[in-house]
Design a protein around this ligand. Structure first.
Ligand SMILES: C[S@@+](CC[C@H](N)C(=O)[O-])C[C@H]1O[C@@H](n2cnc3c(N)ncnc32)[C@H](O)[C@@H]1O
Length: 255
């Protein structure tokens, strides 16, 4: 009993390498503030993400954190197993930020979306051969059944993402039989030490990633987007699945 109370405790962050503004303002609080000023939902998400994910301190911290963790090795194994970077594949990268996952693709055509215009400028200048759009996961500027693979790394952790609405859009745009890959960050680096937990309202929630994972998997299966692999990497959990509902429908109609 005592142990579970301690595990679920929300504690104040003490990370030295993270800018204070990061803790002071959760995306949920920023979003609410912009909505109260009369911004539309999409504009409010863009403005909140610009403050949180579009500043030089974030780009520097984000790159350092990603370099320390071994996410790329797991991600590349998954991409290979589920034929992501195949010639001719149209791959949608949601919450692409400055394009760190895009640098691993050599053969496919990438469409990257993010509400943060500043981050997309960096992505577009690093990868002029690909397409990037300011947009949100909940309202994709993408035709139905037009993408072969859908990637969203460390995006559903973000408190301004409406997970059921994002899954409805995933289901709409992914081709029958197409695979999706989500990941959920399970912690962050404090210097060289990995601290388990996610940020909520400027504090660290030790079991935050487990809650996000449960919500994601439940929402996916309610939408008949069944998970085929859940891979626990030390710094993030990957969820891979397939658009099988549409696959069955398309088989039936072709008979
Ligand atoms: C933690 S970063 C992850 C960036 C990159 N995918 C990675 O793994 O390094 C989260 C990104 O999600 C974006 N984001 C936030 N809300 C979003 C939404 N509703 N739809 C799409 N992207 C969103 C943010 O702007 C930010 O670039």
């Amino acid at each position: 009993m005592m142990q579970s109370t301690r595990q679920n405790r929300i504690s104040k962050p003490v990370a030295a390498n993270v800018p204070a503004s990061w803790f002071g303002s959760s995306t949920a609080a920023l979003l609410m503030a912009f909505e109260q000023q009369g911004y539309s939902r999409v504009d409010a998400i863009s403005a909140a993400c610009a403050q949180k994910y579009g500043v030089p301190e974030y780009f520097a911290m984000h790159r350092q954190e990603r370099e320390k963790s071994n996410w790329a090795a797991t991600f590349l194994e998954i991409c290979q197993e589920f034929s992501v970077d195949e010639q001719g594949n149209r791959v949608l990268v949601v919450g692409v930020n400055d394009g760190m996952e895009v640098e691993h693709f050599r053969h496919c055509r990438v469409v990257g979306i993010d509400p943060c215009r500043e981050a997309l400028r960096l992505a577009q200048s690093s990868f002029p051969q690909h397409e990037f759009h300011v947009a949100i996961a909940e309202a994709l500027p993408i035709a139905s059944a037009s993408v072969d693979r859908y990637i969203a790394l460390r995006v559903v952790n973000c408190s301004c993402v409406d997970v059921p609405a994002a899954i409805a859009e995933l289901k709409r745009v992914l081709k029958p039989g197409g695979y999706f890959v989500f990941s959920i960050a399970t912690g962050f680096y404090q210097g060289d030490r990995f601290v388990r937990g996610t940020f909520k309202d400027g504090c660290i929630e030790p079991e935050g990633a487990t809650l996000v994972l449960q919500k994601l998997v439940n929402t996916l299966s309610a939408a008949e987007m069944h998970s085929v692999m859940i891979e626990n990497n030390p710094t993030e959990t990957f969820v891979v699945g397939r658009n099988s509902a549409q696959l069955e429908i398309s088989h039936d109609t072709s008979k």
